[in-house]
Design a protein around this ligand. Structure first.
Ligand SMILES: C[S@@+](CC[C@H](N)C(=O)[O-])C[C@H]1O[C@@H](n2cnc3c(N)ncnc32)[C@H](O)[C@@H]1O
Length: 254
């Protein structure tokens, strides 16, 4: 159910709305699709020997090829529904979904080295044959996916960039959303989760202004309660321990 377009999402100030409108009017180019710069940590604690070996041996075997169209056939040798996770963190959600749907193909992108190692551990431990990883910017891979090829796209707890002057760095912006919309098949689903109140309000404002996505919420319960098949990530568990609320958004590609 789409909220009426003239309604200001709760907590969204008139100033924030005006910023959004001005960005849209200008055909805002300053967002992650044009900045093409990765902010944030690329690596954390030092890798242990076993982790380095995993990186050396398993990563090449499950990496998205560096060139060419990113299709189900190219990655898995057959035609199957494709899912894409942007910024998978340590890969718990990606691994859970891949385990749940072994006949589907999963592509995950994450620039954080220790996160990639975490995902590789899941791939090894759960013997997942339906996962392909890219260590780097998700947008680089997403744009190589043919239009309409994806069944689901996940963006869970994207970096919030809460300051207004950093808003252009947020994934929820016209450029990345246009790309996601292009790559999803009609009827495909975009899942977005956040524990950041600014990101929540921003996302509602940006998403409510789009005609290519239909919000799959009929009541507040639908975005306040974790939907089935949507496991808690480590990041989310930490957010909950800090007392944060978590919002779950599901949108259908129209
Ligand atoms: C707050 S963490 C959340 C991780 C994970 N989704 C979760 O819920 O546990 C945000 C993640 O997005 C990743 N990220 C940021 N920009 C990205 C990009 N352009 N492509 C892929 N991942 C990105 C960061 O490295 C970080 O791991």
């Amino acid at each position: 159910m789409q909220p009426p377009r003239h309604v200001r999402p709760p907590g969204v100030s008139r100033r924030l709305l005006a910023v959004g409108r001005a960005q849209t009017r200008r055909g805002e180019v300053n967002d992650p699709t044009t900045i093409r710069r990765l902010y944030g940590r690329r690596s954390g604690h030092k890798l242990r020997g076993g982790q380095e070996a995993l990186l050396e041996r398993l990563l090449p075997a499950v990496s998205v090829p560096e060139e060419g169209a990113v299709t189900s056939e190219a990655l898995f040798g057959d035609s199957r529904p494709l899912h894409f996770e942007i910024g998978f963190g340590s890969g718990e959600h990606l691994a859970y979904r891949a385990d749940l749907l072994p006949d589907h193909g999963f592509i995950g992108a994450e620039p954080f080295l220790n996160g990639v190692v975490g995902a590789l551990q899941h791939v090894r431990d759960r013997r997942l044959a339906n996962v392909r990883l890219h260590m780097g910017d998700a947008l680089d891979v997403l744009e190589r996916v043919p239009d309409g090829a994806l069944t689901m796209v996940y963006l869970l707890h994207p970096d919030p960039w809460p300051k207004a002057r950093h808003a252009k760095r947020r994934m929820v912006n016209p450029g990345p959303l246009d790309l996601i919309a292009a790559k999803l098949r009609p009827g495909g689903e975009f899942r977005l989760g956040t524990d950041d109140p600014t990101y929540c309000r921003w996302s509602m404002m940006v998403m409510n202004g789009r005609r290519d996505f239909e919000w799959l919420a009929e009541s507040a319960k639908d975005f306040l309660t974790r939907p089935g098949g949507w496991p808690e990530t480590r990041y989310e568990a930490k957010a909950r321990r800090k007392g944060h609320e978590v919002w779950y958004f599901r949108y259908r590609r129209v």
